[in-house]
Design a protein around this ligand. Structure first.
Ligand SMILES: Cc1cc2nc3c(=O)[nH]c(=O)nc-3n(C[C@H](O)[C@H](O)[C@H](O)COP(=O)(O)OP(=O)(O)OC[C@H]3O[C@@H](n4cnc5c(N)ncnc54)[C@H](O)[C@@H]3O)c2cc1C
Length: 433
């Protein structure tokens, strides 16, 4: 008996188990291990929301390479009114794959034995007698072959100098964490690092939750994935790159074809699509150094043209951009710090009690940089400060305003209510705030 362990029950692990279950004999046993329960299929398929769509049309999502329409037919049999070019909910696809796997195991009494174990693998020891997989709870399994289908790891932290920002409650590292948007209030400003598929997912989810706050997404190029749409195809030129092992040379040829397609009035996405059947073969053949070179220099450009979003998601994104709610910025994060913002509260007719509440509230937000115009408006406070601590110090300094990147004003009569402020506002604006 050959014991095969698949670590990770995401889409890759499940498709592998499915194909093994279909093709292997009873001389094989499959052990599948995942942190999640048997109905979990990785972060991409863990959300039940109907608006989180597959980014590939239904007619091309079949689990078997010889039957691309297989998923579409499965969905239609279950009442989905869909055709080839429809983008169906990802939760439906999860059900499809889990269903197929259960079905084949049920039908094939002469097929491999299958076991699902819930747990987290923390170690793998290879010995001549076999390979031992060790779980977090101390469990262990001896197998003959191990397949790692661990999927994408959570994103790295942004490379900022001030690490304290990363401990802030307002910073979320893993955008696929279940309920990641639950702690937001409707008017919060959301800052997204990256402008890929996950940003599209989050923006669409915020839209569906009727979020009203501003959403700013930043990436090196500030460009979102393009939408799927029908276009003229481009003939494959794979034979031109087939024998090259150098990624820069391959990319030079791809670029030549992108330019050629443009001059012929053909969509550049068609050039990438012409390579799709061969990209995996090409990737597997590339030396490791060349793969690294691809990830370092070319991956981002490639992703912008390769990766697509459903037209439904694009329509929502366009609407959010047109209304000014969603803003895309090209740039890099160099530093961010929750303490680099300050609140300055002042208005005519506000009582000390209101300021007191405002002060308390800003502490909850997590900053000490709050000032309610004690210096200019509250002569008694100034006098009291001087008397008690010897100096009429305030937590905010007006000169800090000059260096601000962004100033948000609530209330519009600043020149009237707070004339002193105007000079600094003017200087800040001059510096590009
Ligand atoms: C939000 C999102 C949307 C996406 N949408 C699409 C889409 O529409 N179409 C498309 O083709 N692709 C999409 N993708 C790409 C997606 O990554 C793949 O389609 C696919 O889900 C990847 O499957 P996987 O099995 O490689 O990884 P995953 O789905 O990440 O699965 C890996 C599994 O390994 C488990 N695991 C990891 N480490 C351990 C351990 N030590 N012990 C035990 N278990 C472990 C995890 O719990 C997880 O279940 C999307 C990705 C994301 C994040």
């Amino acid at each position: 008996m050959t014991r095969i362990a698949i670590i990770g029950a995401g889409l890759s692990g499940r498709l592998l188990a499915l194909n093994l279950s279909r093709q292997a004999s009873s001389a094989v046993s499959i052990l599948m291990i995942d942190r999640g329960d048997p109905h979990y299929m990785g972060p991409a398929y863990s959300d039940d929301a109907d608006y989180l769509l597959l980014n590939v049309p239904a007619g091309r999502m079949g689990a078997f390479s010889d039957d691309p329409q297989h998923f579409l037919k499965w969905a239609q049999q279950r009442g989905a009114r869909a055709d080839h070019w429809d983008f169906l909910p990802r939760r439906l696809y999860r059900n499809y794959v889990i269903d197929l796997l259960e079905e084949v195991q049920h039908e094939r009494t002469d097929g491999p034995q299958f076991e699902y174990v819930r747990g987290e693998v923390t170690d793998i020891e290879t010995r001549p007698s076999g390979t031992t997989i060790v779980g977090k709870a101390g469990e262990s399994f001896v197998v003959d072959k191990v397949i790692l289908a661990l999927g994408n790891f959570p994103p790295r932290h942004p490379p900022v100098e001030n690490r304290t920002a990363l401990e802030s409650k307002r910073y979320v590292r893993n955008p696929w964490y279940p309920g990641v948007l639950n702690s937001l209030s409707r008017t919060d400003t959301v800052f997204l690092i990256g402008t890929g598929q996950t940003t599209v997912d989050l923006a669409v989810a915020l839209n569906k939750r009727a979020h009203e706050g501003q959403i700013v997404a930043v990436s090196r190029h500030g460009v979102l994935p393009l939408a799927h749409r029908g276009f003229e195809s481009y003939s494959s030129f794979f034979e031109e790159i087939e024998n090259s092992n150098r990624i820069l040379e391959i990319f030079r040829i791809v670029r030549k074809h992108l330019e050629r397609a443009e001059s012929m009035g053909i969509d550049k996405r068609a050039v990438i699509d012409s390579l799709r059947p061969d990209t995996q073969r090409l990737w597997l053949r590339l030396p490791t150094d060349e793969k690294r070179r691809f990830l370092r220099h070319i991956f981002r450009h490639w992703e912008i043209i390769r990766s697509r979003i459903p037209p439904e998601s694009q329509a929502i994104i366009q609407m959010m951009r047109a209304s000014g709610q969603l803003e895309l910025v090209a740039g890099r994060i160099r530093e961010h710090d929750p303490d680099r913002f300050a609140l300055y509260m002042t208005a005519r007719g506000i009582t000390n009690e209101v300021y007191y509440v405002g002060q308390k509230m800003t502490r909850v937000i997590g900053t000490n940089n709050v000032d309610n115009a004690a210096r200019v408006c509250h002569a008694p406070s100034t006098a009291a400060l001087k008397k008690t601590i010897g100096v009429a110090a305030t937590t905010c300094s007006y000169t800090d305003i000059i260096d601000s990147d962004l100033i948000v004003l609530f209330g519009s009569n600043v020149a009237n209510a707070q004339p002193v402020f105007m000079k600094y506002l003017y200087l800040a604006r001059k510096r590009g705030a």
